[in-house]
Design a binder for this molecule. Structure first.
Ligand code: ATP
Ligand code: MG
Length: 553
């Protein structure tokens, strides 16, 4: 472990370095990532993963993956598997894998210990009565009529709760803390509730389940986590976290809070993302428009780009909203270094080169990636029939349009200069193609023509190109913060967030490249094959355009 003193530390690094100096946990750093397996991970979780694993890496520590599976109703093994996949894909490996449900026995013993110390009681009040007893932040709460049950009575009733004698909601176990505390969470919080539900790991063994506050800190403590990092909403839970640890007399894990990541033009709560999936607004958790890790991956984001994003966002103690454009900036940075350059045309317009014969065939070597010479060369082919983009031609050019129009010249990238001699129309007068001449002395890299043209356009050889489908994406929501708008957040969905182009043409190499490549289609953006793409039907997702083309709506 080498610590560079000159760099500026974030507040968590400062805390850890100080703890290391004072020998607080014997020089040990153990963090944890504690997802609830009730959905797929999103970019906010990625931030937390990079933070927890990153701190442990930096200080020679370890990180546990702990599934916070104390709520039997919403959890599923599908989610457990996807979470592990996503963490590994991001480039991290946990030191231990735990499930909070493995601690049910121990947590139950902790509850009995509290009862024995006179610090927990069984309450028969209804949820409404309990809420009413709590008072308000300015008005002290009232004690429950059941608060002073004897230890023996509490032990007996709690055992009966566990044995299934009562229905859901009939009784709860509450910690006896302080009904007058200015912190509402300290006003005798519920720590166990009855829920006759099947649990994805413990089956029907339990019908009482610990509440979040009674499971989380204790699980940290059981694992001897040194730095338990969570998001800011939990700051008011910290006194309770500490109270349980002190009263149960267990390892003093400590909680620290940082601001959660918020991104504009999307939603990030798993509950909301689940609605998008279940109600068919998207094609699944890994739909490329989703802010999930699996969605970003399918969209063509790289692990390195997401880690870079997490670093650039930094760690704050105050909530803020990060612009989606920063995520796009990070992926462009990375893809620029690694993406293979290819030519593709999304809306093809046929061009016939009039001064070439039908048998003409030329190989034009082109760099796979000018940013990375080790990526080598591929051959593009050139013939008397090519496709260019419809947008690169205008019959009546407007001012400042320097691409093709009748009589004008452009350079075909990595090939020759061509001149538009004539247009081809069908019987109804629709434009169906162009007739162009090419300038033999204008070959890229060996140009002796002396001609100056103002534009370079992309193209593909019509004789050997491959057909494919392209999926172009836009923001999933029309407003910056859909959950803060009036009404249902789903009414702000951008109905044009997916556009399918089914007649794209690409250069031959696309058919023979190894699977799983990242691409830059010149002038069009970064693309990757969709998971449903096959040799018989190539399908590409646009990850991001080349420049920030995003306009605020
Ligand atoms: P959601 O509200 O999206 O369901 P959650 O907080 O309930 O999120 P958990 O599975 O409980 O999801 O979270 C696991 C870890 O990820 C927690 O430590 C949590 O603090 C962290 N986390 C969740 N969302 C974010 C976010 N937007 N930014 C940073 N960390 C987050
Ligand atoms: Mg949660």
């Amino acid at each position: 472990m080498s610590i560079d003193k000159s760099e500026s530390l974030n507040f968590l690094e400062e805390i850890i370095e100080n703890d290391l100096k004072t020998g607080k946990h014997g020089g040990r750093v153990l963090t944890r990532f504690p997802p609830e397996p009730n959905g797929y991970l999103h970019i906010g979780h990625a931030k937390s993963i990079c933070l927890n694993f990153g701190l442990a890496d930096k200080y020679g520590g370890m990180t546990n993956l702990r599934f916070d599976d104390t709520n039997p109703v919403t959890e599923d093994v599908e989610y457990v598997d996807s979470i592990k996949d996503d963490i590994r894909w991001l480039g991290f490996e946990w030191d231990n894998e735990f499930f909070a449900s493995d601690y049910f026995e121990q947590l139950h013993q902790f509850a009995i210990k509290l009862i024995n110390k006179g610090l927990a009681y069984v309450d028969d009040s209804t949820p409404e009565e309990i809420a009413a007893q709590k008072g308000s932040p300015t008005v002290p709460g009232e004690e429950s009529p059941y608060r002073n049950r004897t230890v023996e009575e509490n032990l007996r009733l709690f055992a009966e709760m566990k044995d299934g004698k009562y229905k859901d909601g009939e009784k709860v176990l509450r910690a006896k803390v302080d009904m007058a505390s200015p912190n509402m969470l300290m006003r005798d919080p519920v720590i166990y509730r009855i829920k006759h539900a099947h649990h994805h790991r413990t089956g029907d063994k339990w019908c009482i389940y610990p509440m979040y506050d009674f499971a989380h800190g204790q699980s940290d403590s059981i694992e001897q986590v040194t730095h338990s990092i969570c998001t800011l909403e939990f700051i008011h839970h910290r006194p309770l976290y500490n109270w349980f640890i002190e009263k149960i007399e267990i390892f003093p894990s400590q909680q620290y809070e940082f601001a959660r990541l918020n991104l504009n033009y999307t939603v990030m709560s798993k509950r909301k993302l689940l609605q998008l999936v279940n109600e068919g607004y998207v094609a699944g958790w890994d739909d490329p428009r989703m802010p999930t890790i699996s969605g970003l991956r399918r969209r063509g984001y790289t692990p390195a780009s997401i880690r870079d994003f997490a670093t650039r966002v930094g760690i704050a103690k105050r909530e803020n909203v990060i612009d989606f454009g920063l995520l796009e900036f990070c992926v462009r940075e990375d893809l620029n270094k690694i993406a293979l350059r290819r030519m593709a045309v999304l809306n093809p317009l046929k061009v016939t080169i009039t001064n070439l014969t039908d048998t003409f065939h030329e190989l034009l070597p082109a760099e796979n990636n000018p940013e990375d010479p080790s990526a080598g060369l591929r051959n593009m082919t050139f013939s008397n029939e090519i496709y260019i983009e419809q947008d690169d031609f205008m019959l009546n050019p407007t001012d400042g349009f320097f691409r093709l129009s009748p009589g004008s010249m452009v350079r075909l990238k990595n090939a020759y200069i061509i001149k538009c001699e004539d247009v081809v129309k069908d019987g109804e007068g629709n434009l169906t193609g162009l007739k162009c001449s090419y300038v033999p002395e204008s070959k890229s890299g060996q140009d002796t023509s002396g001609l100056k043209v103002k534009s370079v356009i992309h193209w593909v050889n019509a004789k050997d190109c491959v057909d494919f489908e392209v999926r172009l994406y836009d923001r999933l929501f029309l407003v910056e913060n859909p959950q803060n708008e009036e009404g249902d957040f789903k009414s702000y969905i951008n109905k044009d967030s997916l556009k399918i182009v089914d007649n794209a043409k690409g250069e031959q190499a696309l058919a023979t490249d190894e699977a799983g490549q990242y691409y830059q289609f010149m002038r069009l953006g970064y693309f990757c094959p969709d998971k449903s793409s096959s040799k018989d039907k190539l399908i590409f997702n646009r990850t991001v355009s080349l420049k920030d083309g995003f306009k605020k709506k």
